[in-house]
Design a protein around this ligand. Structure first.
Ligand SMILES: Cc1cc2nc3c(=O)[nH]c(=O)nc-3n(C[C@H](O)[C@H](O)[C@H](O)COP(=O)(O)OP(=O)(O)OC[C@H]3O[C@@H](n4cnc5c(N)ncnc54)[C@H](O)[C@@H]3O)c2cc1C
Length: 475
């Protein structure tokens, strides 16, 4: 095992460090999308990578899970064409994203005759903002003042360079931009919930504008919506692990890092436990990318005697978690929706919890008849007993699609990730990748960056941590 080969006494390691053997050996702690991105970039740069994951599977908060019925994702995800780093690393690790995702033009389409709207960007490769203008012209279910209000938003945001002097909530921004109640209800609120997993009243307008700048405000392909056909572990994390191993590295699932120690500012000692390492091991590395969630990173950094660790730990534990619930409903394999996904009008007070519904069968033939209903910022829904929630969602589908059979699924599975993301609130302080300690870098969707907690933020953060580490090692 690679871990055992590099294990030894601190004195041995000091000798090896001087000869550069351990210096080029890097531990990446956590194999979510951030850790996988860091591991790939480090392996590409010629480092010997050990990717350590506490759980049994790769992927972290975006992974495949086994249930008693079938394999599902721990939550339905959606990617954007603007996810440039994610798409680049998927390609580097051998994933053909043309096969792995279904690409759809930017859209917000509600089931017909439900008082919603039908907004879809044309498939022509128009430059921004023409694709939005063309979509507006064709949009159904919006009044003239709603369309003018959206055009005004797009023009004003572009004129401001998508930049606010002082951050505020998305609700305040929409009020300032004089957006109509109908456009807020049908477009901005669902977009804000989907992108930031934070309700507009509490969400950061600047982070929202950043996402819109790179999607609505960019070339058409950046605004495309990409629905995974492959399961989330296969979509990138497993390909990343294969890439790391092909470049001489090692991946260990079921390997939890229990403690982290700096040895003379040149080496990092890790105590690792779990089935994958057969008990508890101490091993040494020249550098570490700490790619766990923020709270777990704080727990590992807590005991380091560095002066700034206390401030960093304080920042890492200050994030407010937000939940996401996915309700999977299995019907007869012949059951289909007319589109791969629809927006739904939610109203928790009348037990209409679903915000988007995806027809998994249109993405993967093995999942024919499976619908996935997503509820972002799902606190009130997640408080319901699972049976009642699944029933309420099934009834909601039966009513909005006027198809009584959707009220009677064969089986259901409710998955709530209580710490799916952190709330992206105005002016939220997020730590840099660099910790200030030599050879130790943070990676994760919570580090400083333009994006909210998303796959792209995680991947960008991982890639950046790797670049900083290789840069600092080269000095
Ligand atoms: C239900 C749901 C729906 C979502 N929908 C979307 C979406 O549609 N689009 C989008 O872009 N994003 C979405 N997200 C957000 C996205 O999944 C996350 O932002 C991203 O996966 C975070 O990746 P990460 O690598 O930063 O963290 P994580 O995925 O949390 O990875 C951290 C890893 O570290 C491991 N770990 C922790 N402690 C240790 C230790 N001591 N030793 C070893 N390993 C350890 C953990 O087991 C975990 O695997 C969604 C998230 C959820 C949960």
């Amino acid at each position: 095992m690679a871990d055992q080969q590099i294990a030894g006494t601190a004195a041995d390691k000091r000798g090896q460090a001087d000869s550069g053997v351990v210096a080029r050996s890097i531990a990446v702690i956590g194999a979510g999308w951030a850790g996988c991105a860091a591991a790939v970039e480090l392996a590409r740069a010629g480092y010997k990578v050990t990717l350590l994951e506490a759980a049994r599977a790769l992927g972290g908060r975006a992974r495949r899970i086994e249930t008693d019925r079938k394999q599902l994702d721990n939550g339905q995800h959606i990617l954007l064409g603007a996810y440039s780093e994610t798409l680049r690393l998927m390609q580097l690790t051998g994933i053909d994203h043309k096969q792995a995702v279904l690409k759809l033009p930017l859209q917000m389409r509600y089931p017909p005759d439900t008082g919603g709207m039908d907004f879809v960007a044309p498939s022509l490769p128009l430059p921004a903002p023409l694709h939005v203008a063309a979509a507006l012209l064709r949009a159904k279910g919006l009044q003239r003042e709603d369309k003018l209000s959206l055009a005004r938003f797009s023009t004003t945001a572009r004129w401001m360079g998508w930049q606010l002097n002082t951050d505020c909530s998305v609700s305040e921004l929409l009020e300032r931009f004089d957006q109509t109640p109908r456009l807020i209800q049908l477009m901005w609120r669902p977009l804000c919930l989907a992108a930031l997993n934070t309700p507009p009243e509490r969400a950061s307008a600047q982070i929202f504008l950043n996402v819109l700048r790179d999607s609505l405000g960019a070339r058409r392909s950046a605004s495309d919506m990409l629905l995974p056909r492959a399961d989330l572990s296969a979509l990138f994390p497993e390909a990343a692990a294969r890439y790391v191993e092909a470049h001489g590295g090692t991946t260990r699932c079921g390997a939890k890092v229990q403690a982290l120690r700096s040895i003379e500012g040149r080496l990092w000692q890790l105590d690792i436990s779990g089935a994958a390492v057969g008990g508890t091991w101490s091993t040494y590395f020249g550098g570490v990318v700490l790619a766990t969630g923020a709270a777990q990173a704080a727990a590992l950094l807590h005991d380091l005697p560095d002066a700034d660790t206390a401030n960093l730990c304080h920042q890492l534990t200050a994030f407010t978690p937000e939940a996401i619930t996915t309700v999977y409903l299995q019907y007869d394999a012949g059951t289909r929706l007319d589109l791969p996904f629809y927006a739904l009008q939610d109203d928790a007070y009348s037990h209409q919890y679903g915000q988007f519904v995806f027809d998994r069968g249109q993405l993967d033939a093995a999942q024919a008849g499976l619908l996935a209903v997503v509820i972002s910022a799902s606190g009130p829904a997640a408080a319901q007993p699972q049976e009642l929630l699944a029933e309420a969602v099934a009834v909601q589908l039966a009513v909005v699609f006027q198809r009584p059979e959707l009220g009677r699924p064969e089986w259901f599975k409710v998955i709530t990730e209580k710490r799916a993301t952190y709330a992206s609130t105005p002016g939220l302080s997020r730590p840099d990748n660099a910790t200030g300690m030599p050879g130790l870098f943070l990676a994760g969707d919570y580090t400083a960056g333009d994006y909210p907690a998303t796959l792209e933020m995680a991947v960008r953060s991982g890639a950046n941590a790797a670049r900083l580490l290789t840069g600092s090692a080269a000095q």
